[in-house]
Design a protein around this ligand. Structure first.
Ligand SMILES: Nc1ncnc2c1ncn2[C@@H]1O[C@H](COP(=O)(O)OP(=O)(O)OP(=O)(O)O)[C@@H](O)[C@H]1O
Ligand SMILES: [Mg+2]
Length: 507
């Protein structure tokens, strides 16, 4: 890989050194400056050396910086000027601003003008690494878009920004994009480390987790990190087909094996030979078919329906379920022997509501992803929209969040997603056009004013207390008009009434 370059701007020597060392450890070339007055010239000199200007293919390689990490408190440094100038001369270089203080308005302004991220100090190296990952994936996606307009084999990309270490082929044997799993959650990271460590073995893996938590993504991740990554990854949803069809899908059939079998057909086991077979929703498989599956797993041969000779297969099985498999065993619906065979490596993905740190990361990731895919200019979301989002239960986990953000990116009128773009289920969608956008903007701007900044708001206690303050301050603005306040808050009047009752009961 060509050398990728990062520039650090900041006057704290220790922080600069630590960041430099960590970035160099993972292969980046790092420059740093401590005086803000040199900031623009340090990127301009690069431009001078690259007379043709900035090109997405040059990023981070020779002259252009891939990323700039800038401390906004650096002496003689104007973050907004620098950002504008940098976007002007190096549009593909991304900038992360860091600050000691959580300055909401400044952060929003910088994000609006194209900053890649805004972190409050102390920042961990994992945050920077994650941003780099996101940045590289964004770059790949836009390069991919440039290179591949009209290429329909981009399903994995569309379905989750899938990227990774080794190339992969899908069931059509065409190379597919690599898996990218966005998370900062400790439990998820442990799970992914474990998945990586066992990826090269032939042991079966059973992935459990609620719907939409990323089970298929993890299955692809395992495949991609295994020596089989150049061989097919074949997925079969066991709930999608009736029993007889599922059987022939899995094991294949000879011509004439049953009415309608007009040609010979290879089953998924054969198609996945030397690769990975992902059996989704395994608990939905009929009991009698489970016995056949067990035999194939144990004997590593399949019998095509109507076939004479067993066919040898070398397939790594990854199965998944969103049901309680132990309960299925107790109810006599799932074979215990098959369970033990598949469960050599058990992985349980936690629901999104237990991975609170991931919500913001995933939000930013999906906003960027869909802004690129749908050619929108959405850069982030207002603090109020994010607050609203963070109150959601997300029973549909990452998939639900992904859909909500995708829709919001399409609905957003400006660069930031507003509460009403999120189309929460209990929002009044009948008279949504009645919302006076100017009022809404004023109210949102009032939130930092009421609390001065987010730090003060946060000092007011729990999320509930903050919510209460925001609701009362909105009611203040609307002179107690609940319908108007509910619209401004992006919630239904019913929700507002319930919340006010709750607060009354508390007192
Ligand atoms: N950590 C993550 N980072 C990025 N995208 C994710 C992440 N987790 C899930 N997704 C995306 O969310 C969607 C749902 O994920 P996936 O299909 O893997 O979930 P699942 O657990 O198999 O869901 P179901 O039980 O409904 O089949 C996919 O589009 C996936 O790419
Ligand atoms: Mg799935």
């Amino acid at each position: 890989m060509a050398e990728q370059r990062v520039l650090i701007i900041g006057n704290n020597f220790r922080e600069r050194m630590e960041m430099t060392r960590s970035l160099e450890d993972i292969g980046y070339k790092v420059d740093s400056i401590q005086d803000g007055s040199n900031a623009i010239s340090s990127i301009d000199n690069n431009k001078a050396a690259n007379k043709l200007g900035s090109d997405i293919n040059n990023i981070g390689k020779d002259k252009d910086y891939l990323l700039i990490i800038a401390d906004i408190d650096t002496p003689a440094f104007s973050p907004l000027n620098f950002l504008k100038k940098s976007k002007d001369i190096k549009p593909f270089t991304e900038i992360i601003f860091i600050s000691e203080r959580p300055l909401v308005e400044e952060a929003v302004t910088l994000m609006k003008h194209g900053a890649f991220d805004f972190f409050i100090k102390p920042i961990s190296f994992e945050q920077v690494e994650l941003s780099l990952k996101r940045l590289l994936s964004k770059r790949k996606t836009s390069q991919h878009k440039n290179d591949n307009i009209g290429n329909q084999d981009n399903e994995l990309n569309r379905d989750g920004g899938v990227k990774g270490d080794r190339g992969t082929k899908n069931s059509n044997n065409k190379p597919s994009a690599s898996v990218e799993i966005i998370t900062a959650d400790r439990g998820m990271q442990r799970l992914l480390n474990m998945a990586k460590r066992v990826a090269d073995s032939t042991a079966s893996v059973l992935i459990q987790g609620e719907s939409g938590t990323g089970k298929e993504l993890v299955a692809r991740f395992i495949h991609q990190n295994s020596k089989r990554s150049n061989m097919p990854f074949v997925a079969l949803n066991c709930a999608a087909l009736p029993e007889n069809l599922l059987e022939s899908e899995l094991f294949g059939h000879e011509k004439g094996a049953f009415t309608g079998a007009i040609t010979r057909k290879e089953g998924k086991f054969e198609l996945a030979n030397n690769g990975t077979l992902f059996l989704d929703e395994i608990t939905e498989m009929q009991y009698h078919l489970q016995a056949k599956l067990l035999r194939v797993v144990q004997e590593k041969t399949v019998d095509r329906l109507g076939g004479r000779e067993p066919v040898e297969v070398d397939v790594r099985i990854v199965a998944s379920t969103n049901r309680d498999i132990k309960e299925s065993i107790q109810n006599g619906e799932f074979r215990e022997d098959l369970y033990h065979r598949l469960n050599t490596i058990p992985l349980t993905i936690p629901p999104l509501r237990q991975r609170t740190g991931d919500l913001k990361l995933l939000c930013d990731y999906f906003i960027k992803k869909y802004s690129i895919i749908d050619a929108r200019d959405v850069k982030g979301m207002t603090p109020e929209a994010y607050r609203l989002l963070s109150l959601q239960k997300f029973t549909g986990n990452v998939r639900e969040l992904q859909n909500m953000i995708h829709r919001a990116v399409l609905l957003a009128e400006g660069e930031l997603i507003e509460p009403q773009d999120l189309l929460m289920e209990d929002m009044p969608d009948d008279n949504i056009e009645d919302i006076n956008i100017n009022d809404l903007n004023e109210t949102l701007q009032d939130i930092p004013k009421h609390g001065k900044n987010i730090e003060e708001l946060l000092e007011s206690g729990s999320l509930r207390d903050i919510e209460e303050k925001v609701i009362y301050s909105t009611l203040d603005r609307t002179d107690g008009n609940r319908t108007h306040a509910a619209k401004l808050l992006g919630i239904s009047v019913r929700t507002l009434r319930n919340k006010l009752n709750e607060y009354k009961e508390k007192k």
